[in-house]
Design a protein around this ligand. Structure first.
Ligand code: FAD
Length: 412
């Protein structure tokens, strides 16, 4: 593992802002006097006139004021979820950014200011993390090898289509392998496939309609990423953080420019330079787009989409298209489990699923929860603990990633 600096910033008005936004001199300098005054007045208004928290929009406005909300939350939320914040429940904000507000940001900025007195300001942006030399997949490749060494068998390209259930137990799964159906029986089933597909695939005992409706109504956001290899970026590294080739130091850049569809940019050089052939003279960036399966972006050909993505990079002043050396596009279904529609009834579905004594739902889509990799792994570890110790309750597995402190500080 490499020890890396995690640096993410917001790109807005062709300038960099801290992520999450902070109340420091540079922020106001970037915004300019007129916008700063508007931000201040709109914030004051929100202090005295509170909106009823009937939507995520009102939740944000109550905490940040209308101007700051419209600059840093409105468009990005819509890009990410495909719905305007006025159409998303305030619960999402309560879970994801509870405690985050102007006051919290000012307090945090002051604390950091005093703590880092005399230091370089940018250090406040840095978090350290471990990263596999060749990317996260390396971890799982290694794990799979270890598992097989110990006698485990991994069946790849076996798509579970049906799950045979009887008397509150899972008896077997029917997989599609080379267009043929094969049945695999088991004592214990740990499922990380999307809950929607799992319940829709139940066969045998009849699934009560109310649970089927909840599962079928669970929403997802799909994802397209385009890798672009360029000779150079037009962005200048104005921080004092050293990087190979002196590129900007960010792992992720959150794109808040309202006139582009792009949501985020990854700079793979900064995750691990070993993922590049020539990290000193080229840059691999990953452009992230949030979309819905079968929408106009999903259905574009690789070539059409790549041309579109590169034109957005040019529009934002990030690259010259003449500098592009290579590209690659990937589409990912159900990348983000979303918290609207029937999600509000997820607790009922969990209760139903818990009745299956030998079924454990783990991971991100397996639990329909915004789990990161650490949480996803933890749900599996808790499952193993329960199986080994004969613990019947599954509460500890579903309760992973419900602690508030995590959500208060992270908005991934
Ligand atoms: C754009 C993006 C960026 C992210 N960045 C980070 C990050 O920086 N840090 C972090 O910690 N997490 C990050 N995550 C989240 C992380 O990827 C997930 O938490 C993690 O991969 C979830 O692990 P999982 O095993 O539950 O699901 P997955 O990794 O999705 O694995 C589920 C597997 O089940 C398979 N499957 C699905 N249906 C079936 C079926 N019917 N039959 C058989 N197999 C099936 C799928 O093909 C897949 O291989 C990110 C996610 C996205 C989308």
């Amino acid at each position: 593992m490499l020890v890396r600096n995690r640096i993410s910033r917001i790109y807005y008005l062709k300038k960099f802002f801290d992520y999450p936004i902070t109340m420091k001199k540079e922020t106001f300098a970037n915004l300019g006097l007129v916008r700063t005054i508007k931000v201040g007045f709109r914030y004051l208004k929100s202090v005295f006139i509170k909106k009823k928290e009937t939507s995520l929009e009102n939740f944000y406005i109550n905490r940040f004021g209308k101007k700051l909300y419209s600059m840093f939350f409105e468009k990005y939320t819509e890009k990410l979820w495909g719905r305007h914040p006025s159409k998303i429940s305030a619960d999402w904000g309560a879970q994801r950014v509870k405690g985050l507000s102007i006051i919290a940001i000012i307090k945090d900025s002051f604390m950091k200011l005093f703590k880092i007195k005399g230091n370089k300001v940018e250090t406040s942006l840095i978090e350290e993390f471990w990263y596999p030399k060749y990317g996260p997949g390396e971890l799982w490749e290694k794990l799979a090898k270890e598992f097989e060494k110990k006698g485990g068998q991994i069946l790849k390209s076996h798509k579970v289509k049906y799950v045979n259930i009887k008397d509150n137990k899972v008896e077997s799964v029917i997989c599609i392998v080379n267009d043929k159906e094969i049945e695999i029986k088991g004592d214990i089933f740990v499922s990380s496939m999307p809950v929607k597909d799992l319940v829709e695939g139940f066969k045998g005992d009849k699934v009560p309609k109310k649970y089927l409706n909840i599962a079928s109504g669970l929403p997802y956001r799909d994802f397209i990423t385009v890798g672009v290899l360029v000779k150079k970026l037009k962005l200048e590294n104005k921080t004092n953080i050293p990087t190979l080739g002196n590129i900007v130091p960010d792992c992720w850049i959150y794109v808040q420019e309202p006139d582009v569809k792009m949501g985020r940019i990854q700079i793979f050089n900064n995750w691990s330079p070993y993922m590049l052939k020539d990290p000193e003279n080229t840059v691999w960036i990953g452009l992230e787009y949030f979309c819905n399966e079968n929408d106009e972006y999903w259905n574009m050909t690789d070539e059409e989409f790549t041309i579109f993505a590169i034109s957005e990079l040019e529009k934002m002043g990030i690259i010259n298209k003449e500098d592009v050396l290579d590209t690659h596009r990937e589409k990912v279904k159900k990348a983000y489990p979303a918290y609207f529609d029937t999600y509000s009834e997820m607790d009922k579905l969990i209760e139903y699923l818990n009745k299956f004594t030998n079924l454990y739902c783990v991971g991100r889509n397996g639990q329909h929860k915004y789990n990161n990799m650490d949480h996803s792994m933890l749900t599996a570890m808790e499952t193993v603990k329960n199986i080994k110790n004969g613990i019947q309750s599954k509460d500890n597995i579903w309760n992973v990633n419900t602690e508030k402190s995590y959500h208060e500080s992270k908005e991934n």
